[in-house]
Design a binder for this molecule. Structure first.
Ligand code: ATP
Ligand code: MG
Length: 215
């Protein structure tokens, strides 16, 4: 909260200044845009960091119907997918698990968002889900550029991004996968890059159905 209030104020002041001074010199306009972009980045980062620092306190006793949750995420990501002409495929059994609704939404959203963001135009994203013993096994597969072997662990670290310039132009701060990992571990599960090549990447997520940590 203490972090967000001054940031929100800065953003509002910047917006206001731009509206009230529409005919500033081009250099000033450019400078203002830069300031606005950077404040927006800082706001996003703060939001995710706050989410991450608060994870332990979130209740994990919701009954989550995973198939409808995935439908919801795909709907929320339609605009992003349409911009790149990405098609979705789904192969999901209907599975119910115990956990935090909001956090599992966030986990899957971040993975599917990446699968769209780092895909080629006209590519596809496939989400599949099955039950295995007392776990749910999810696969998020894309037809994107792939992740080279040396980065397959580091991408889960906060602020790590493979191609800084390309990533910056796509927005985001490099906290998406760190959050995915935190949430998976918090639910007693795991996440990893199952396979990756120039043809695309598949992430695998394992989560216990009962939301308890298993040995
Ligand atoms: P944010 O998620 O915070 O908006 P981000 O997408 O850059 O930003 P992460 O989701 O943590 O951050 O991903 C880290 C990096 O891993 C990305 O910058 C990208 O380089 C790489 N990456 C993630 N998912 C994929 C993918 N499906 N295919 C190729 N590269 C990926
Ligand atoms: Mg991301």
């Amino acid at each position: 909260h203490e972090l967000r209030t001054p940031l929100a104020l800065m953003q509002a002041q910047l917006e206001l200044f731009s509206v009230e001074h529409p005919d500033v010199r081009p250099e000033t306009a450019e400078f203002l845009t830069l300031l606005r972009e950077q404040t927006e980045r800082l706001t996003q980062m703060t939001k995710t960091l706050l989410e991450m620092s608060n994870l332990q306190s979130v209740s994990r006793s919701d009954e989550i119907e995973l198939a409808p949750l995935i439908d919801e995420i795909l709907t929320d990501l339609t605009t992003l997918a349409e911009q790149k002409n990405i098609t979705f495929h789904q192969n999901c059994e209907d599975i119910c698990m115990i956990g935090s609704d909001t956090l599992i939404y966030r986990l899957l959203f971040n993975l599917i968002e990446n699968a769209i963001k780092y895909n080629h135009a006209g590519g596809s994203v496939t989400v599949s889900m099955q039950q295995e013993n007392h776990q749910v096994l999810l696969h998020i597969a894309d037809t994107g550029c792939g992740i080279s072997e040396e980065y397959r662990e580091s991408i889960f670290q906060p602020f790590f991004r493979v191609d800084k310039s390309r990533s910056r132009q796509m927005g985001g701060v490099g906290l998406g996968l760190a959050l995915v990992k935190e949430i998976a571990v918090l639910h007693g599960g795991s996440v990893c890059v199952e396979s990756s090549s120039e043809e695309g990447t598949t992430f695998a997520v394992r989560l216990p159905l009962n939301g308890e940590k298993t040995e």
